[in-house]
Design a protein around this ligand. Structure first.
Ligand SMILES: Nc1ncnc2c1ncn2[C@@H]1O[C@H](COP(=O)(O)OP(=O)(O)OP(=O)(O)O)[C@@H](O)[C@H]1O
Length: 299
């Protein structure tokens, strides 16, 4: 269980994280979204104990993370820009981790070679970007961490390998109840993996929700009216976005699905359809609500 209490992180006079509080349950796969520069990497590095909190506190299983060597045995961070010692082979790196991590699992390391299929004796810096990322997962999963913090984790992996890695992560959660925190711009991927989602915007927590609740709360409504109602009628519902597409109107509406449908049914429409939004659509509309808008959104 991870608890972040009123976390603020400051670089010189710039507040990269502003008073963020949240709670991540054990066994959760928690997705972190946000525009470029929103503070995701800073947040993850503070969670991993690489950065010290300037205000507030980060706890993992009720222990402070920063400078906590014991806890760092159980918490692994895979950064977006990977780092390996130059001239090290995979086996050299494994030896290094074997010496550091008491939880290192040799059997798993050997078995995962069948998944990643890269020669142990290859020099890591001579491998492709995607292969280096495979090595990062291979070594990390051999450490058997309890908490895995991943910054843009699947970047550079091909589609087959992405699926394999996602399966390995889901298996870890199912079998060992590890906790995974993932930041990514690939919302399709987060949608498949995560049970919880948070959106950071300019260092602040914009929204934090269970994935199912998030989807229950926002709808894409397509409606064709016999006679369009007056504009003010829509003030009774929480419309985030509205667009005319020929004879059909598209609404993005927040609120209870049944209440939204009852409202539109009141006009006896010729056509009425309410569809769930994808995570990508939810992100765009939530951000649009905060002034981070893209024009002419076409789905
Ligand atoms: N070491 C640092 N020194 C000064 N400013 C920093 C440092 N690291 C990050 N920042 C600033 O903090 C803000 C948040 O950066 P961060 O890398 O956390 O964003 P991000 O959400 O991960 O962005 P992206 O999606 O583009 O990777 C940015 O304005 C960035 O310039």
């Amino acid at each position: 269980m991870i608890e972040v209490k009123n976390l603020t992180k400051i670089f010189e006079d710039f507040e990269a994280i502003k008073d963020v509080s949240l709670y991540i349950n054990k066994g959760s796969i928690y997705g972190l979204l946000g525009s470029n520069g929103a503070g995701k990497t800073t947040f993850l590095k503070t969670l991993a104990g690489i950065y010290k909190e300037d205000k507030g506190e980060v706890f993992i299983d009720n222990d402070r993370v920063f400078e906590n060597e014991k806890l760092k045995q159980r918490v692994i961070f895979i950064p977006d820009a990977l780092y390996f010692f130059s001239s090290y082979t995979i086996e050299d790196m494994a030896k290094f981790y074997r010496d550091i991590y008491i939880t290192w699992n040799e059997d798993r390391y050997q078995r995962l070679q069948k998944v990643f299929k890269i020669d142990f004796n290859k020099k890591i810096h001579k491998l492709s970007k995607g292969m280096q990322r495979q090595v990062a997962f291979w070594l990390t999963l051999s450490i058997m961490p309890d908490v895995l913090i991943l910054d843009e984790p699947l970047d550079g992996l091909d589609s087959v390998m992405r699926q394999k890695v996602k399966n390995l992560l889901i298996q870890e959660v199912a079998e060992r109840e590890i906790t995974i925190i993932i930041s990514s711009h690939n919302l399709r991927e987060l949608e498949d993996l995560c049970d919880h989602i948070a959106i950071l915007h300019e260092g602040s927590l914009l929204m934090e929700k269970d994935m199912d609740d998030l989807k229950k709360d926002i709808h894409k409504v397509q409606v064709a009216f016999r006679e369009p109602p007056i504009e003010e009628s829509f003030n009774k519902i929480n419309v985030l976005y509205k667009e005319q597409r020929g004879s059909v109107m598209l609404f993005i509406v927040r609120g209870d699905r049944e209440k939204v449908l009852t409202h539109f049914n009141g006009y006896r429409p010729l056509l009425l359809d309410a569809l769930p939004l994808t995570l990508e659509e939810i992100f765009i509309y939530e951000m649009g609500d905060k002034g981070y808008v893209i024009e002419n959104v076409i789905f």
